[in-house]
Design a protein around this ligand. Structure first.
Ligand code: BYC
Length: 481
């Protein structure tokens, strides 16, 4: 099948042939004004009239898919872009393995597929809402621009899911698309669908932790959906992953730069003990134990996004060929998993034990294990290496999966970061050693003052190694005038 070239001229840039599909175009054009109202109301607070140096997707080739330039955010070209169709692609796993990939929704799986697309779609605007107040306290123009880049691209990911809903799910798809703009992160009556997307992102440390940990869940889930036998979903997610990589880069370098500023200030002041929190804070940088507590919080909140240890939803989605495993097409097995088992951590008689369970039921945990390995390697390579190089005796470590959980097996118990089970009293007594306290958060908040001169950075965060699009250090990423 010939590829449809990217149409960049119309209201909605796309490579899905929107001009030849008037019904879909009308549905999207009707959705657009409500979307813009949502963006103005719940998107970044302020800065809507400022020129921001953003990248915009203009193609789907590996090379040269984006261009950089100054745009006002409401004028950003949110487009619908799918990765190129793979000739002769087949369903790669489950009961339909080997059959041609679906170009239309398979009737028997309609509800399940709509649910997956809706849940994925719901997270995208949720994250924009969570981050909407951060612009006021950006530690530099570089960071301000990165925040807005993440925001416009998460909003484009909303467009990507809305396209699928409106193109393939008729009337109820259009209703779901409206509801995606109606729910609100943290709202008591109409909250977002998944727990972590109703939490606050109150400061820049939270933003960087979120983009490191929670966007990485996005990466894993998008990879699993990119394996889908429903080809339009697969192609959509493959292109979204191209953008997602930069969001995680912002998180890992963001926390890395905070760690770097802390280590440099400690060395300069001759402080060897990272646990001397009062002295470190007096230098105007964030102490490493507080960074560890924030990592404990964001990691455990994000683990909840993988669902329960044993899940029939996950087994059904796999059997149906709708949601695969991470890098399914590179795994060497039968891709059906009928007799296979997988080891899962469970709670048995008050103890955490590893138990072999049917692999189909354990797919959420398999994806979560891949996630944990990916996050762990990021922590080592980006954060701990910086601390090590500074010669400071401290390591950031990810907590045990039983720590601070609200979903699944461990929601009913308390555990310390090493995975030792604690009584409710002991948890209450020691909680503040593990998770950020009100006074930790107040200290971080006290540092959040905007730095708006080009090339200048707040003292608690080091400048990046290189600029965006190779721009020089004093580049004006956001024109504030
Ligand atoms: N909060 O069978 P179970 C991203 C519900 S992030 C509330 O274990 P399942 C991004 C569950 O819905 C990636 N409810 O779960 C990142 C189910 O309800 P029903 C987003 C929860 O279905 C940063 C029941 O509990 N994409 O892209 O196997 C910025 C039983 O659960 C939660 C996806 O998640 C929770 N945490 O797995 C921007 C992919 N967990 O059906 C964007 C699409 C579970 O009984 N979603 N429940 O009413 C999915 O694949 C699955 O829905 C989940 C849950 C993995 C989320």
């Amino acid at each position: 099948m010939a590829e449809i070239a990217v149409d960049y001229d119309g209201l909605i840039p796309n490579n899905v042939g929107l001009n030849a599909d008037p019904r879909l175009r009308r549905a999207l054009e009707q959705w657009h004004p409500t979307y813009l109202d949502w963006w103005k109301d719940r998107g970044p607070d302020g800065f809507q009239d400022n020129l921001v140096y953003l990248r915009t997707a203009v193609g789907v080739d590996q090379e040269g898919w984006a261009k950089f330039g100054y745009v006002r955010m409401p004028e950003y070209r949110w487009g619908i872009l799918l990765a190129p169709q793979v000739e002769g692609r087949t369903v790669g796993f489950g009961a339909h393995k080997g059959e041609p990939a679906w170009q239309e929704v398979p009737g028997e799986y309609r509800a399940m597929l709509r649910r997956l697309v809706t849940v994925q779609g719901d997270t995208e605007p949720a994250s924009v809402e969570q981050q909407r107040l951060l612009g006021a306290t950006a530690p530099s123009l570089y960071d301000l621009r990165n925040l807005f880049q993440v925001n416009v691209e998460e909003a484009r990911h909303l467009w990507a899911m809305v396209y699928l809903l409106q193109k393939y799910f008729g009337r109820d798809g259009r209703e779901e698309a409206q509801d995606l703009l109606r729910r609100r992160s943290g709202d008591r009556d109409t909250p977002r669908l998944l727990g972590a997307f109703n939490e606050r992102t109150p400061d820049w440390l939270a933003f960087f932790m979120f983009t490191f940990f929670t966007d990485r869940d996005g990466k894993m889930q998008l990879h699993a959906l990119a394996q889908s036998g429903f080809d339009p979903l697969s192609r959509t997610c493959r292109f979204m992953l191209t953008e997602e990589a930069h969001h995680m880069f912002i998180g890992q370098t963001g926390v890395g730069r905070i760690v770097e500023a802390t280590c440099a200030a400690m060395k300069k002041a001759g402080i060897d003990d990272p646990h001397n929190i009062a002295r470190v804070r007096a230098l105007g940088v964030i102490d490493l134990p507080t960074i560890q507590k924030r990592a404990n919080l964001h990691f455990s909140l994000t683990l909840d996004l993988f669902g329960s240890e044993l899940s029939t939803n996950a087994a059904n989605a796999f059997n149906a060929g709708l949601k695969g495993r991470y890098l399914e097409d590179q795994i060497d097995d039968d891709h059906v998993l009928s007799g296979a088992t997988y080891p899962v951590l469970r709670l048995r008689d008050g103890a955490v034990v590893r138990e072999d369970v049917p692999a189909l039921a354990a797919l959420n945990m398999r994806l979560r294990d891949d996630y944990v390995a990916d996050a762990e390697s990021g922590v080592e390579r980006w954060w701990n290496r910086i601390i090590e190089r500074a010669g400071i005796d401290f390591r950031i470590a990810l907590p045990h999966v039983a720590f601070n959980r609200r979903i699944g097996e461990f929601a009913s118990i308390e555990a310390d970061p090493a995975g030792n089970l604690l009584s409710a009293e002991e948890w209450a007594r020691r909680r503040d050693d593990f998770l950020p306290t009100a006074s930790d958060n107040a200290f971080v908040a006290s540092l959040m003052r905007p730095e708006r001169a080009p090339g200048k950075f707040a003292a608690w965060i080091a400048p990046p190694r290189t600029g965006i699009d190779n721009k020089p250090g004093n580049f004006e990423y956001v024109k504030l005038a």
